[in-house]
Write a protein that binds this ligand. Structure first.
Ligand code: SAM
Length: 251
C-alpha cells in the first residue's frame, strides 16, 4: 500500500520549503495539487518533474477516488496546496478522510502555515485560539458570524483577502468594539511583510493611511473577549484566591 504525504509548502518565501518536503516531492509517484500550473512552477524550481493530478474543492470527491486507486496500487502520493499547509482553508479533507478510512498511511510533512506564523509574532495569547477561516463575503453574514464570536474568550484568527480587509476590520470595530486589541499580519515572509497592531480603531486608521493597506494577503487576529484589559485583573485575583485555598490545604 502506498502512503499519502500531506506536504506543507511556502506561504511566500520559497526558502521556507523544508529539505524533507523537497525530498518527499522528489520521491513520490504522484503529486496531487490544488492548481497544477501553480504547483508545477514550484516543482520545476526544485528541479522535479512529476505526474500531477488536480484536486480542488469542486472535484475533490471524484478525484479522491482516483488517488485512492493509486495508493491501493502501492504508489506514494504527495498532497500540496497553493500555499502553506493543505486542509487549512485548503482542499484535502475528503482525501485524507477516505485514505485513512481505507487503511492507508497518511503522514504529515509539516511546514509553513500562515495562521501559526502570524500567531507566533502577534503578542496575543496563544494558549487558546479559535481559527475561524474566512469570514463570510457578504456583510450581513459577516456581522452575524462576528456576533456569535463576540463573547469568545480565545484569541480569534481569521484569513482575509486584500479586497475585503477594510470592510472586515470595519465590521470587527462595529460588532466586537473599536477598543479591542487587533493584530494584522500582511504578506508574511514576503518582501512587503507588515504587522499592524493596536486597538481596532487605531489599526483601521493606519490601514486607511497606508497606500498599500489593502494590498496583499492578511491574517487577522483579535484578542478574545474575557482577556480584555480589566478582566486580566480579575483573572489574577482568581489565581490569588486559588493559591490561598491550596495553601490552606497544606499541612
Ligand atoms: N493553507 C494556507 C495556510 O496554511 O496558511 C492557507 C490557504 S488560504 C486559501 C489563503 C489565505 O491564507 C490568504 O487569503 C491569507 O488570508 C492567508 N495567507 C496565506 N499566505 C499568507 C501570507 N504570506 N501572509 C498573510 N496571510 C497569508
Amino acid at each position: 500500500k502506498g502512503t499519502l504525504y500531506v506536504v506543507a509548502t511556502p506561504i511566500g518565501n520559497l526558502d521556507d520549503l523544508s529539505p524533507r518536503a523537497a525530498r518527499t516531492l522528489a520521491s513520490v509517484d504522484v503529486v496531487a495539487a490544488e492548481d497544477t500550473r501553480h504547483s508545477g512552477r514550484l516543482l520545476s524550481h526544485l528541479g522535479i518533474q512529476k505526474r500531477m493530478v488536480a484536486l480542488h474543492d469542486h472535484n475533490e470527491k471524484d478525484r479522491a477516488a482516483g488517488i485512492l486507486t493509486e495508493l491501493q496500487a502501492g504508489r506514494d502520493v504527495a498532497l500540496i496546496s497553493d500555499a502553506g499547509t493543505p486542509l487549512i482553508s485548503d482542499p484535502g479533507y475528503v482525501l485524507v478522510r477516505e485514505a485513512r478510512a481505507a487503511g492507508h498511511r497518511v503522514s504529515p510533512i509539516p511546514g509553513p502555515c500562515a495562521l501559526v506564523a502570524a500567531l507566533s509574532v502577534a503578542g496575543l495569547p496563544t494558549d487558546r485560539f479559535l481559527y475561524v477561516g474566512f469570514l463570510p463575503a457578504k456583510r450581513s453574514g459577516r456581522r452575524a458570524s462576528l456576533e456569535v464570536l463576540s463573547s469568545e474568550v480565545a484569541t480569534l484568527v481569521f484569513y482575509e483577502s486584500p479586497h475585503r480587509i477594510m470592510e472586515s476590520v470595519r465590521d470587527i470595530a462595529d460588532v466586537l468594539g473599536s477598543d479591542r486589541e487587533i493584530v494584522l499580519g500582511r504578506e508574511i515572509t514576503k518582501t512587503f511583510e507588515t504587522f499592524y497592531s493596536g486597538s481596532v480603531a487605531d489599526v483601521l486608521a493606519e490601514l486607511e493611511r497606508d497606500p498599500h493597506g489593502n494590498r496583499g494577503e492578511f491574517v487577522v487576529m483579535v484578542r478574545g473577549a474575557a482577556a480584555q484589559a480589566g478582566s486580566e485583573e480579575a483573572a489574577t485575583m482568581d489565581v490569588d484566591r486559588m493559591l490561598r485555598v491550596l495553601l490552606a490545604e497544606l499541612p
